[in-house]
Design a protein around this ligand. Sequence first.
Ligand code: PLP
Length: 231
Amino acid sequence: MPTDIAGNIAKVLHRIGAAAERYGRDANGVTLLAVSKMQSPAAVRLAAEAGVLHIGENYLQEALDKMTALADLPLCWHFIGPIQSNKTRLIAENFAWVHSVDRLKIAERLAAQRPAELPPLNICLQVNIDAEATKSGVRPAELPALARAVGHLPRLHLRGLMAIPQPSSDFTSQRHACGRLRALCDVLRDELALDTLSMGMSTDLEAAVAEGATLVRIGSDIFGARVPRAI
Ligand SMILES: *Cc1c(COP(=O)(O)O)cnc(C)c1O
């Protein structure tokens, strides 16, 4: 049976609504980003028809191919994957948001390469919230300096923070991780006019909403399990 994408989106929106109500938040303050890595353009089209226009992609070439196939739709594209220096130009030219900035050099390239005729590129700084050696993201101790520097770059609009916490099936530890990102954001929020907390995936959506997520990034609970691409 094919994946019921519209039905899955309805379920995810229901979860967001229930969590918002439970934790005293307005569900309208939580944007649903559909993460479509390894999914077909047809699947993204079904998500758009179900009303989800914010689309997250991890791999540049795959994203560009989908943008071409879906150029008739009013989609808002978010880049959420690791960024190599030689990919910044095409990211700056084709996306509305980038969630995975964790080095000043990458931010400087995006600023220099953002076309003047486009609105400023929305930026979230990715934070290595669990201080995992192998994971990308700025260390919490280095975040304030990076945030101030990025906040001064032209052609970029620093919006907030993003994290991919260590997977855990325990709600309390999920909340702790999301709470750490929220606390880091709170420190910088007024000074840098931050309004975005990008956290919450399929398995920790409720914990993220409880801790103030304004944007949740949901892949498998919308599109089904990802089928690895043939090599
Ligand atoms: C894949 C991915 C997601 C979505 O993960 P699911 O567990 O499938 O919901 C969210 N954020 C990032 C950065 C991802 O790479």
